[in-house]
Design a protein around this ligand. Structure first.
Ligand SMILES: Cc1ncc(COP(=O)(O)O)c(C=O)c1O
Length: 370
């Protein structure tokens, strides 16, 4: 039986009435831009992430862009980040006119290595931008300890609801950074029916600045204190997200259950390494990512069997053609490059049935000759 990598229709079937009702209320209300559901969602996401403020915007990419702008990062500045992430992380640094400076990742969990980040800091560094990859938080505590004086933008696009134990305290994704950012891209654990994003912060001055930046830099109509952007969250998206939010914890728990099932099923395969979750972390498994030998052959085998899969990410950012000007070469970030050769993500979405899980397991085991 074919198993897709993600099945949004299966989720929609379970929440149809709530979501359609919420959308229709917006349609009846006709307040499409920054209407009441946006403020309600901001309040809910602030509570979820343990922050004082949350500001909705048009996408996870824009959330990063506005965060960089709010910290006055621009030409001549450097931002330290990871090369093993979705393109937007470094793309936004470039787009504010600053320079992405990469630091290699931990081979266990693919998140930024604190020592590597500290080594990448120069007098031009204005911020550090760790990514909470695949659903588990980066070691923000260790990164802050290694680089104590720099603002931190936490790219939590893939990790809303993830937590990390920091010295005995449970800290949520977005909570500990100067600005944390989320994406509501449909494939995320909390996904809208289109693009959407959010920024969270504990800092009131930054919150006001972010609110201003998303509406062309002016909070008073037709008065612009600075040049900002048109980056607003639609009321329709906010309504969908608000309807989905009460289910988020249950969905993330179901992803963890599916991950456990795979972990056990693959435990004795010599050529497969199951995901390593840092003992301080609780992952929300936005992706279930194996590290394997003969990755490309496995991928072809899964495809032939109808088992959805994807490689996040096949080419690290320091080797992307558009970043050739940065002067990096192959071999500069060996762990990111090795990860790009060895990773493969399998279906882990909450609605997977036992039969589907078994189909995925059997296809992988068949390939590795079990
Ligand atoms: C790590 C990371 N950063 C940024 C983004 C950008 O989010 P969006 O697609 O909502 O612009 C994504 C999502 O695709 C992501 O995975």
């Amino acid at each position: 039986m074919p198993v897709p990598l993600l099945d949004l229709r299966a989720q929609y079937a379970t929440i149809h009435d709530e979501v359609v009702g919420a959308m229709m209320r917006v349609v009846e209300d006709q307040a499409f831009i920054l209407g009441p559901p946006v403020a309600q969602l901001e309040e809910a996401v602030a509570a979820l992430s343990g922050t004082r403020f949350a500001i909705g915007c048009a996408s996870g990419t824009d959330a990063l862009l506005l965060a960089l702008k709010a910290l006055d990062i621009g030409p001549g500045d450097e931002v330290v980040t990871t090369p093993f992430t979705f393109f937007a992380t470094a793309g936004t640094i470039h787009n504010v006119g600053a320079r992405p400076v990469f630091a290699d990742v931990d081979p266990d969990n693919f998140n930024m290595l604190p020592q590597a980040a500290a080594a990448a800091v120069t007098p031009a560094t204005k911020a550090v931008m760790p990514v909470d990859l695949f659903g588990q938080m980066a070691p923000l505590d260790a990164i802050s300890a290694a680089i104590p004086d720099l603002p931190m933008i936490e790219d939590a696009a893939q990790s809303i609801g993830a937590t990390r134990d920091m010295g005995g305290r449970t800290v949520r994704a977005g909570e500990a950074a100067t600005i944390g950012t989320f994406s509501f891209f449909p494939s995320k654990n909390l996904g809208g029916y289109g693009d959407g994003g959010m920024m969270v912060t504990q800092d009131e001055t930054l919150a006001t600045r972010l609110r201003r930046l998303r509406v062309h830099g002016g909070l008073k109509t037709y008065i612009h204190d600075e040049v900002g952007f048109n980056s607003r969250l639609d009321s329709l998206q906010a309504a969908v997200l608000l309807a989905k939010l009460p289910h988020l914890e249950k969905w993330s728990a179901a992803r963890r259950r599916n991950a456990d099932y795979y972990d056990q099923a693959f435990a004795d395969l010599a050529e497969v390494r199951t995901p390593v979750i840092d003992p301080q972390n609780v992952s929300i498994y936005n992706q279930y990512t194996l590290r394997v030998r003969r990755r490309d052959e496995l991928q072809a085998h899964l495809k032939a069997q109808g088992i959805g899969n994807s490689v996040y990410y096949p080419l690290p950012l320091h080797l992307q053609p558009c970043f050739a000007y940065l002067g990096y070469r192959e071999g500069d970030f060996p762990e990111s490059e090795r990860a790009a050769r060895e990773v493969i993500s399998l279906p882990v979405y909450p609605e997977l049935t036992d039969a589907q899980l078994d189909d995925v397991v059997n296809a992988v085991k068949e390939f590795y000759g079990d």
